[in-house]
Ligand binder design. Structure first.
Ligand code: ADP
Ligand code: MG
Length: 447
């Protein structure tokens, strides 16, 4: 602020005044000098104060402009007195257009006005916080989290309010994006689970079809043979009933190979029964996927179970499987014959599948049965490649399989593990020092 300079009166002008003695003049001149120098000093101090004031005003203005939060100072009637750059940018109006406006004009809706009034009413000497919507430059509502504090003058009287707030738009948008990403992730995870289920169902169906195929074609083959046999028998019996001569009967008997037919009948019927039984077993085994089926328990000779398991695996897929096994004295355990057979068949089949992957050697399996006072232990060692160390902890997991689609279900070992546990036993897997995998099946019982 510029002030007009103070001029000193000239002595000539003073001398022109008549009727005043010299000493009085000197007094006056001295006083005027004093007043003058005081005035100069005051002016200098004022200039300094002015500079300080401008600096602190600049400082406050700098602070207000640098704030990213919006700021509004209002008087008692809630008319805007001061704003900052963040608010001007948000509402799209310059500072001088805002000054004097009622704060309510910046609000987006009546509900915000209500909330603001309630917050103002609740401020005593302290502050309150409220969420309101301001209208942005495009007329869109912007949610703002606002802190309201009363302002006081030097005398301690309330002169208005200060509002400082942070637009929640960014935060809300980020939150919405996060939630959408989370939803998308959940959907993908469900799809993944679903496709995994479908894939394992596919493997299961393929495995079941494969397993059923063998006994069914076996039964079919036998029934076709029986059909042919019955034709020949009918022809032979018709000749007998017609009273053909003895040599004609003998010729027909030889031609129709009746003796061979009669000798073959028991094994055909037994084979058919076994095939049908195997089909029933598979279906029974399948039921276990959907329901916990507690089969009849009884005393089972483990030798017989091992024997049947080898038999069925050989019949199914491995006719040339060299299984080294010699049954010992009866080894009774308590449990379900069907379930134990399922466990053993899977172990023998797995051993064959693993060993058959080696082109250099013929598949072989060594089975031994050890008896202790209260436990029996079956060891099955094959000459396959063994179990990869990283797979050792996973082979009992449901659906874990290293076999091609349609060949393995990955359920064999996990179901077997459950069955053995239900029998109070233990099923463990490892690699044998001489090579190949070794599975150990322990069950309560024994000598
Ligand atoms: N004797 C074995 N030698 C090597 N790996 C084996 C043997 N037995 C089981 N495994 C591994 O364990 C996996 C799971 O076996 P399993 O649960 O019976 O399912 P699947 O036979 O349908 O694959 C097999 O795919 C194989 O990788
Ligand atoms: Mg298996």
């Amino acid at each position: 602020m510029e002030r007009p300079p103070v001029d000193r009166p000239s002595l000539d002008a003073l001398a022109r005044l008549d009727g005043v003695d010299d000493s009085a003049w000197l007094d006056v001149i001295q006083k005027m000098d004093e007043v003058y120098s005081q005035l100069v000093q005051d002016e200098i101090a004022l200039e300094e104060k002015n500079v300080q004031l401008e600096q602190s005003q600049q400082f406050i203005f700098g602070l207000l402009s640098a704030m990213s939060d919006v700021l509004v100072a209002c008087d008692e009637a809630c008319r805007i007195e001061e704003t900052n750059a963040a608010l001007c940018a948000l509402v799209g109006r310059p500072d001088d257009a805002l000054r004097g406006l009622p704060l309510a004009e910046l609000l987006a809706d009546a509900a915000s006005g209500e909330r603001l009034r309630a917050a103002l009413a609740s401020t005593g000497r302290g502050g309150a916080s409220v969420e309101i919507d301001l209208r942005d430059a495009q007329g869109q509502p912007v949610p703002v989290d606002l802190n309201v504090t009363p302002r006081f003058n030097a005398a301690g009287q309330r002169v208005g309010h200060l509002f400082v707030g942070r637009p929640l738009g960014e935060l809300k948008r980020a939150y919405r994006e996060l939630r959408e990403a989370h939803e998308a992730l959940k959907r993908t995870q469900q799809q993944l689970l679903h496709s995994e289920k479908m894939a394992s169902l596919g493997r299961l169906v393929a495995g079941v079809a494969h397993e059923l195929n063998n006994p069914i074609s076996f039964v079919l083959g036998n029934v076709h043979a029986l059909q042919r046999y019955s034709e020949r028998l009918r022809e032979y019996l018709a000749a007998l009933h017609a009273g053909s001569p003895g040599d004609e009967q003998a010729r027909l008997r030889a031609k129709l190979r009746i003796d061979h037919l009669l000798a073959d009948l028991p094994s055909l019927i037994e084979g058919t029964l076994e095939g049908a039984q195997r089909t029933a077993d598979i279906v029974q085994g399948l039921k276990r996927f959907s329901a916990v089926d507690r089969e009849e328990r009884g005393t089972v000779d483990l030798n017989g179970v091992v024997e049947r398991a080898i038999h069925w695996v050989r019949k199914g897929t491995a006719p040339a499987f060299a299984v080294h096994w010699s049954p010992g004295p009866p080894c009774p355990v308590t449990g379900s014959a069907g379930q134990l057979l399922q466990v053993l068949m899977n172990l023998v089949q797995n051993a064959y599948d693993a060993a058959a992957t080696r082109p250099d050697t013929a598949p072989a399996l060594w089975i031994t049965l050890e008896r202790e006072a209260d436990r029996v232990r079956l060891r099955l060692r094959d000459n396959g490649p063994g179990i990869a160390p990283e797979h050792l902890s996973r082979i009992f997991d449901p659906f874990f399989t290293t076999k091609p689609v349609g060949k393995g279900t990955g359920l064999g070992l996990s179901i077997s593990y459950g069955i053995v546990e239900q029998h109070g036993g233990r099923l463990t897997a490892g690699n044998h020092p001489v090579g190949g995998a070794e599975f150990v099946l322990e069950l309560p019982g024994g000598a």
